[in-house]
Design a binder for this molecule. Sequence first.
Ligand code: ATP
Ligand code: MG
Length: 442
Amino acid sequence: MTEYKNPIDFVELSKKRSYVKDVFSEKKEKVEIVGWVHDIRALGKIKFLVLRDISGIIQVTAVKGYVSDEIFEKISKVSRESVVYIKGKVADSKQAPGGKEIIPEEFLEFAHAEDLPIDVSDFSKTELPKRLDYRFLDLHRRKIQAIFKIQSTLLQAYHEFMTNEGALEAQFPSIIGSSSEGGTELFEAKYFEKKAFLSQSCQLYKQMLACSMEKVFAVFTVWRAEKHNTIRHLNEARQFDYEQAFADEFVVMDVLGRGVQFMVKKVLELNKEDLNLLEVKLEIPKTKYLTFAEVVELCKKHKVHVGKDDLSGESEKMLGELFPETIVFVHDWPLAGKTFYIMPKEGKNGEELSRGFDVIYKGMEISSGGQRIHLPELLIERLKVKGLNPKDFKAYIDSFRFGAPPHSGFGIGLERLTMLILGLNNIREAVLFPRDRDRLTP
Ligand code: ATP
Ligand code: MG
């Protein structure tokens, strides 16, 4: 067996180590830093090594004769993205980025990086599929890290916002016995002697929970066996889910609007550098409410194709252009265009409308939601209209027979929201390890 001895005492290191960002602000004379070799340049007898850790980059300068020959040799041989430890003096330098550099006194290589299969520089031109093949290495790039730092803020902010709203965080099963919604294709799984499916949403569970615990939220993974390959769909995605009892669609649209505003505000506060790195200008969005009929009128006026009882991609784009930096709620949706569990509502002229809505932000749908049907008989009626068999939904229907209040909710796509906020041109950029039609690894 190959024996490996840690070259350093990591307990000691974690006490003494400086993060690169802090080297610039701390007034330490000597520092110990660790990280990846971001860049190396040689200028005759001077070697420049740019070291990167999760907090930033700093220049390490080795001048032959001024540092030991051993260190000069080691730095000369190191490859890009190798992992190193450096102890050295902090010196002011007019030329160095950030005004400081490190003169190395100790140098250690933890891991040697072989020839890189993709370009990981800040200006990488490697195409997305290849980058995703080597996602672990792609994640060495600061721009890619920025995306996921921002996504982490969105997740934390959603938790904070929902907790402030008095909502309970819930965990729901991902293996289900039968289709929860109908419609979407499901992935089948073997469950002992039975057939099971991967969950396409936590819809039915969040409803059951809201009917006892009132306000509930979850960040839930969903699987959809959609065969198409688009820039806005994944086969495994995550949703910010919410459900509230004693609420109609307007109550939860308001929650959603304030929630997204809060999340964007947090990103603006906590991810300034990341936004700069990605060259993204972000604003806290306004909100706008339109009926489906009003959107149809706008489409006619701008000669844009609407879609039958649904919004076309084109019409979503139009809303993004007409109402920039705005969360657009499209409500009073035609009943025919919504799924069976959405509460029907009569329009002013007797039209068959619903209490369902879609939310468009930056020209794309980020969420669907609405008031749900909490009346068993009405649910059965609606299932039949949709050509579904009420027998297949018996457990769901029966859950509303013993004291279920009117309730409403929504689900926002986590990757969809990340993609739109950051202006990414493919949703795969907004997932660490995407699952699409062709991709199951890494
Ligand atoms: P779309 O019309 O964009 O296909 P949908 O109406 O089928 O979405 P919903 O079931 O309403 O999707 O899901 C709620 C939200 O989850 C969507 O508004 C979107 O933000 C996100 N979402 C839905 N499907 C996907 C997917 N396949 N990949 C990534 N995100 C998704
Ligand atoms: Mg939808």
